[in-house]
Design a binder for this molecule. Sequence first.
Ligand SMILES: O=C[C@H](O)COP(=O)(O)O
Length: 215
Amino acid sequence: MFVLVNLKAYPCDPVAVAEAAADVAAETDTTIAVAPQAADLAAVAETGATTYAQDVSPVEHGSHTGSTLAERAAANGATGTLLNHSECRRKLADIDAGLDAAERADLDTVVCANNPEQIAAAAALGPDAVAVEPPELIGTGTPVSQADPDIVEDAVAAAEAVDPSVDVYCGAGISTGDDLEAAGDLGATGVLLASGVAKADDPRAALEDLVAPLA
Ligand SMILES: O=C[C@H](O)COP(=O)(O)O
């Protein structure tokens, strides 16, 4: 299972979380990627943790104030990026252009979507992975695998029908090893989570619990 920890704009120490992620990943032979604020990409990458951007802009070099250029994310250690997170919505054309930008910079891509229909549309654009996240469950601590297992299974089927090479992850409310195991049982090959680690009193312990089933 691939684990992607999105730090969003939570007031955690991104380097401490990344160090824990790198250690726990090595101990369990799991990939645990950390997606910090753009300003923290280099510091996180220096820990050796797999580093993702939270978004890259659908632009090339040019007059794009406030953008996150894929090439600069990669130059600062990112090896992948989220696109179209529920809290950073993009139009379909901009997701497509974001994927082009990521490809130019050789970044792996995870396109988020609310439901299986959007997952199918996202998969048609050819990302490496899609992640289904019901917005109403984000940050609640109620795992999608428990609250809405059908949406995960339907997302897996929807992506498979469009492009079987696209991995399908799920997110929202994931925080424990049981949640991760349940996601795998529903057909997901990865999980996307945030508050369960970024808001934990002990992020290292939270990560250890999360990946315990994989040890
Ligand atoms: O990017 C992560 C997702 O929005 C899930 O957030 P959460 O784990 O806090 O529910």
